[in-house]
Design a protein around this ligand. Structure first.
Ligand SMILES: Nc1ncnc2c1ncn2[C@@H]1O[C@H](COP(=O)(O)OP(=O)(O)OP(=O)(O)O)[C@@H](O)[C@H]1O
Ligand SMILES: [Mg+2]
Length: 366
């Protein structure tokens, strides 16, 4: 997807900073432009600033610096209820003494919407989440997933074009969670609504999103579609945070064009793609995905191979998972498909491993 120009973005954060105590910044320099209809997920460790960003967009927190725009207009001074944004949280807090329909109708009533119109909108919102028959029930008479769907309907009842969701599925068991991921995505696509979704579950982020913003330490570390995040992490944090990853440490020996050679700390030399290193002599951490490593590789005369000791060999049905000691790393993982010709290894065995240089990314050592 092309980078959205900030002036035709539907949602835009421009140089946004946030401090709660007037000293430390929990959001450091946020720049983000979302086109209409995008499903964007903020993913990152606890305390990285995700909820704070959502709260500023919703209007419950003010930005310390910078500007937030909705449909091209600055919204810094617009109160939450006038921003026309729907919200769903982990603790969905339906009113227990009201029926499902009353729960949905209540916010419309507060806005003095006539009864007939209210009823129509409530019914439509319930049908969107396939809960049309449940308007008369109390929340306590619904399953967790059904309650979550009602919470979603309550966010949709205003026909908001932008919906914010903060860990909305956190309280659900795995199966229901996966089902609801699919449902939310389907509803968002069908209605063409723009969604900002917050989670620290990377599978959830990767399966639902058009783009994922990986947060750490109050900054977006990388903003990209899911496949790009996994295939082309731009720094060590993203490489480690998204999916399983092997790292080896060393120093850049030569660098030029799209290749560098790295002398690993144990003396071995390997080829890599320079991604987040700039010069000879710099320390680097190279990153290789477990499924890109080959045993006894035939990669041509130029390629480097490494000796490795097998620590553990685990049969997982569809794949074999081999844990190795390689160049000082005892947690080096290789995944191989379970094929008839795939050799099985015994602990203690010495094997040769290798990979294509383009699958090996030289990243920052930090
Ligand atoms: N109301 C507040 N007052 C002071 N500090 C706060 C407040 N809310 C959040 N913080 C701090 O700001 C930082 C970012 O918090 P935030 O809630 O945005 O993180 P998060 O990424 O949503 O984390 P989690 O995944 O745990 O929900 C944290 O260090 C947190 O302690
Ligand atoms: Mg949070």
């Amino acid at each position: 997807m092309a980078q959205t120009a900030e002036n035709d973005a539907f949602v835009a954060f421009e140089r946004v900073q946030k401090s709660y105590d007037g000293e430390s910044l929990v959001v450091k320099d946020l720049n983000l432009a979302m086109p209409k209809g995008e499903f964007l997920t903020m993913l990152g460790p606890s305390g990285s600033g995700k909820t704070t960003c959502l709260m500023m967009l919703a209007g419950f927190e003010t930005a310390t610096h910078g500007e937030i725009k909705l449909d091209g207009r600055p919204i810094n001074n617009i109160p939450p209820h006038k921003r026309g944004i729907g919200m769903v949280f982990q603790n969905y807090a339906l009113f227990p003494h009201m029926s499902v329909a009353e729960n949905l109708s209540f916010p419309l009533e507060v806005r003095k919407m006539p009864k007939a119109e209210r009823e129509k909108k409530v019914q439509r919102a319930l049908e969107m989440v396939q809960m049309g028959q449940f308007g008369g029930r109390r929340p306590a008479q619904l399953s967790g997933g059904q309650q979550q769907r009602i919470a979603l309907a309550r966010a949709l009842v205003f026909e908001a074009e932008l919906v914010l969701m903060d860990e909305p599925l956190g309280a659900l068991d795995k199966q229901l969670r996966e089902h609801m991921q699919f449902e939310i995505k389907r509803i968002a696509d069908e209605l063409g609504i723009t969604v900002v979704y917050v989670t620290h579950d990377q599978t959830e982020a990767l399966t639902m999103s058009d783009r994922v913003a990986v947060f750490d330490d109050g900054r977006i570390q990388q903003l990209a579609p899911p496949d790009e995040l996994y295939e082309a992490p731009q720094n060590s944090f993203v490489a480690q945070f998204i999916g399983e990853n092997n790292t080896l440490e060393g120093v850049v020996e030569e660098i030029g064009g799209n290749r560098c050679t790295v002398k690993l700390d144990n003396g071995n030399v390997i080829d890599a793609m320079p991604v987040n290193v700039a010069r000879k002599g710099e320390r680097t951490r190279v990153s290789i995905r477990p499924e890109r490593v080959e045993f006894n590789p035939d990669l041509g005369p130029e390629a480097h191979t490494l000796d490795a000791q097998v620590r553990e060999f685990i049969y997982m049905g569809d794949v074999f998972r081999t844990r190795l000691s390689v160049a000082g790393n005892d947690e080096f993982i290789v995944k191989t498909r379970n094929r008839a010709d795939q050799v099985r290894f015994a602990p203690g065995e010495t094997v040769k491993i290798g990979w294509k240089a383009e699958d090996c990314r030289a990243l920052d050592a930090s």
